[in-house]
Design a protein around this ligand. Sequence first.
Ligand SMILES: Nc1ncnc2c1ncn2[C@@H]1O[C@H](COP(=O)(O)OP(=O)(O)OP(=O)(O)O)[C@@H](O)[C@H]1O
Ligand SMILES: [Mg+2]
Length: 471
Amino acid sequence: MQERGTPKILVVDDERGMRELLEILLLRKGYEVCCAANGRDALELFRSSTFDLVITDIRMSPVNGLEVLKGCKAIAPKTPVIMISAYASTEVAVEAMNEGAYDYFPKPFNNEEILTVISHALRSRDEDEGSARTREGPLYFGCLIGESPAVQKIYESIERVAKTSSNVLITGESGTGKELVAKAIHRESSRREQPFIIVNCGGVPENLIESELFGYKKGAFTGAVANRTGLVEAAEKGTLFLDEIGELSPLLQVKLLRLAQEKTVRMIGGTEDIPVDVRIISATNRDLERMVMEKSFREDLYYRLNVLPIRIPALRERKGDIPLLAQHFLSKFAREFAKDIRKVSSYAMDILCNYDFPGNVRELQHIIERGVAMEASRIILPDSLTLSMYKRRQHEGTGATNAPAELPGQGFDLDQHLAEIEKRLLQTALQQTNGAKLKAAQLLGITFRSFRYRLLKYGLATEDELSSSDN
Ligand SMILES: Nc1ncnc2c1ncn2[C@@H]1O[C@H](COP(=O)(O)OP(=O)(O)OP(=O)(O)O)[C@@H](O)[C@H]1O
Ligand SMILES: [Mg+2]
């Protein structure tokens, strides 16, 4: 359950064994890892994503480690780059250090040593960035996407709140990014080197949450065979993130009030009050104020937890962020699925921007993930967007054959738009004729030859399929 903002590391080496070794070492330490087998791929990854640190081999082709170093420094000068090489040469080492490398390791290196240097490098980078709003690439605070006025306000709140140790209450519909904001606050605060502990207060039986939170003394109940420290104590000097706080039972509300008021915890079965220093960030998608009025949430606890409120607006209230988020998730999943898809077509984007997203950012993320998985061409076309959503638009009378109501100021691509309409019509014709291609061609008023050509062009059929069926 313990979690800090997970640093993301790029490992570059042409030797598979070395990549795997580093990957295992780093994953075990809880880092997120991406690997590249040469400098060219590494720079491409580095350009399209944000990394906290790079470890690169020196002798590689195409594009060697020194060029990776220079490239990374040009894109994100503060990201530490650690060099490793089997062909230790002082000259190259000096050159690397002059170019701004953080450190240099001849292979084989000592695992513990390199892990220590990595942890120092990451810390020095954090300190460098201080607590001012950090932005690299499209990401704010290393994890948040969005530039609408509504989220700018949230960024300001994160900065303000990070400077204090007061309790924070984050509200917002499901999938709006409450957990991400909580992590960003922790990472920006002076507690960043201390634990960030997540406790989900919903969907877990009361007695289980209680023992998780406060720990227990040996013999406190059947099965308590030894003393166990709770998560509150584990968060000492760090941040305790209480998710779904609106689900807390009345008994736990009382216990939490004691923690919020007295800053002490008492283990189950214990007699002594242990002082703790934790900042509590809570989150909920419920209307706590109303719950207070209805007396299902304690008013005193509400005020203790809600010292600094942050409300995250639903995605439909900040539609300006949709294209940025969509593009971000597209790059992420294209990379994950190793697909060369770089763009959401303008018409597909138009559909997304007109959608309500009841599941907020999480839903958009899933739609793009499925879109990338399904798409056979190099751009996301409307057909690859979640079907239920697409149908909904069609019912509203704005299917793919209609032009967008307004043309965007820039970035519209007529050919691409027409191609989408054409593809859609081909599919409709095939559906109407139950897949009989000759009839479908007639329906569209084109020759069979032309129809076949278009099916291939849009990936609606393969050569094999076409040659195995003659209509
Ligand atoms: N501004 C954002 N930038 C990038 N990713 C985001 C943003 N907001 C949300 N996400 C992504 O959307 C998903 C949902 O976010 P998160 O879990 O923080 O939401 P939540 O508000 O805690 O939802 P729930 O109420 O369901 O727990 C995550 O995968 C998160 O990474
Ligand atoms: Mg959440």
